[in-house]
Design a protein around this ligand. Structure first.
Ligand SMILES: O=c1ccn([C@@H]2O[C@H](COP(=O)(O)O)[C@@H](O)[C@H]2O)c(=O)[nH]1
Length: 230
């Protein structure tokens, strides 16, 4: 089962909520990222919760273990459905994040590790001194995330089959870099169409601009929803 998470990346909350108010929460979950959280903070998340949406708080924490653990606790207190950290923050940081959620039991948000951003390709890794193949680097970050008990990873759908084959079907894959055609991928580099992402076994596809910047966001959302739920 693959579902849709809409990346709610807007400059103002009026535009964001105008879209949200046209969406059925059964059709999509919502992702609040750095842009909107920096402007509107927890109150935006609360407004989405009051409209019955599940919220993925995509702040990609990357800091020392103590700071990340505290930020994860603050996210859990907000009641979000999913939250994430950068897996490259290391084993101790991810373990601290996981431990911060123990007290929440079954109400804890899903904890997801970011592997290699979908805007990056092999040459970008080389430029920051990573000489491993991009797929191998993604797999080793995913393996580390699983080892410390995270629920899944953010990756490109291009890596989905390799990760599922290595780490099992229950390890959740959250995949941005979804594009309806390869003509305009914006700043994304490792892109996949919604139907292909579903075939590759992703659990949650993250879609922003193809929906939010289109002339008719709801009809694009409905088209994608029906194409992957046939
Ligand atoms: O590797 C990553 C991790 C997170 N993102 C986020 O997903 C959305 C994608 O938006 P589009 O408009 O569909 O490109 C955006 O909020 C990113 O911050 C990602 O793209 N890649």
């Amino acid at each position: 089962m693959t579902d849709i998470i809409i990346a709610l990346d807007y400059e103002n909350d009026t535009d964001a909520l105008a879209l949200v108010d046209k969406i059925d929460p059964n059709m999509a979950k919502l992702k609040v990222g750095k842009e909107m959280f920096t402007r509107y903070g927890p109150s935006l998340v609360q407004q989405l919760h009051s409209r019955e949406f599940k919220v993925f708080l995509d702040l990609k924490f990357h800091d020392i273990p103590n700071t990340v653990a505290k930020a994860i606790k603050a996210s859990a207190d907000l009641g979000v459905w999913m939250v994430n950290v950068h897996s490259s923050g290391g084993e101790k940081m991810m373990t601290a994040a996981k431990e911060a959620l123990h007290a929440y039991g079954k109400d804890a948000p899903l904890l997801i590790g970011v592997t290699v951003l979908t805007s990056l390709q092999q040459e970008d890794l080389t430029l920051v001194g990573i000489t491993n193949r991009l797929l191998d680097h993604t797999l080793s970050l995913a393996e580390l995330a699983q080892k410390v008990g995270l629920d899944g990873v953010v990756c490109s759908a291009q890596e989905a089959q390799n990760i599922k084959n290595k780490l099992g079907q229950n390890f959740r894959l959250v995949t941005p870099g979804i594009r309806l055609s390869m003509d305009n991928s914006d700043d994304q580099k490792r892109v996949v169409t919604p139907l292909k992402a579903k075939e590759l076994g992703v659990d949650h596809m993250v879609i922003g601009r193809p929906i939010t910047q289109s002339d008719n966001p709801i009809s694009v959302l409905e088209e994608i929803y029906h194409s992957i739920n046939n």
